[in-house]
Design a protein around this ligand. Structure first.
Ligand code: GLP
Length: 243
């Protein structure tokens, strides 16, 4: 007789399936709008990548939102390699400015000022009892922010070596001259201290990793850092595919 398999409770996880990536962006923007309406001085944490682009587009077209007293944080940022001249890649600060922050008010915190003091950045994020809303994407290897495989749920905000798979997917190669090999990331501990987490995943290429991370059959594991979100009491997973 085979022992009964234990399954993970997903009590705190809500799956929202929408027809396409734009609908995901629009729905996510409504969550941000609600958050700001309920608490104008919210602490919000924003991701980069292709996935949140429709969200930022939607937010840029919501001039009625009042961002003035909000506190806005980056989720992660590449550590600049030591080299002279212009960088061959876009920093996440430049990305955030271009996609959203240049269009809105609010107090904006840039990770690049805290590479030497990751704990100070984490303290700022945690001020007021933890972030109100952390928005995440997911990497093909299960990373959230740059909490690469091996990251435990109590991992601090820190500088981390990028996984080879991440460098390949983000820069098309393992180590290329002028490109970063390290990043600073908000740690899983700070992410999991959020009142609410919104994970966005769109496109067929994200299906397998989302299914693996959130299957009730798989216990959370540092091999797939996103799987630790299953233990959070208030997570929304917004996708354009069935999980
Ligand atoms: C990057 C970022 C993550 C992001 C992920 C997915 O490496 N560190 O925060 O969620 O990759 O990016 P994309 O949305 O482009 O697939």
């Amino acid at each position: 007789m085979s022992p009964e398999r234990e399954t993970e409770s997903l009590a705190g996880v809500r799956f929202v399936r929408l027809p396409n990536a734009n609908a995901v962006g629009e729905q996510a923007a409504l969550m941000v709008a609600n958050q700001l309406a309920n608490k104008p001085n919210s602490t919000l944490v924003f991701p980069t990548g292709k996935t949140p682009l429709p969200l930022y587009q939607a937010l840029r077209h919501m001039p009625e939102l009042d961002w003035h007293s909000s506190r806005l944080f980056q989720l992660d940022e590449y550590v600049k390699p030591k080299m002279a001249g212009p960088l061959p890649y876009e920093t996440f600060a430049e990305f955030m400015d271009r996609e959203l922050w240049d269009y809105i008010a609010g107090h904006k915190f840039y990770i690049q000022h805290y590479f030497q003091q990751p704990a100070d950045y984490e303290q700022l994020v945690l001020q007021g009892g933890g972030p109100d809303l952390v928005i995440l994407g997911i990497g093909g290897n299960g990373h959230v922010a740059f909490n690469e495989p091996g990251s435990s749920p109590d991992s601090p905000t820190r500088v981390i070596e990028l996984a080879e798979q991440t460098m390949v997917s983000n820069f098309g190669g393992a180590i290329k001259p002028g490109y970063p090999t390290q990043a600073m990331t908000l740690g899983l501990k700070a992410i999991l201290s959020a009142r609410e987490i919104l994970l966005l995943a769109t496109g067929e290429s994200k299906k397998a990793v989302v299914k693996a991370a959130f299957s009730p059959e798989n216990p959370p594991s540092s091999d797939c850092p996103a799987s630790w979100l299953k233990r959070h009491p208030n997570v929304t997973i917004m996708t354009d595919f069935d999980v």
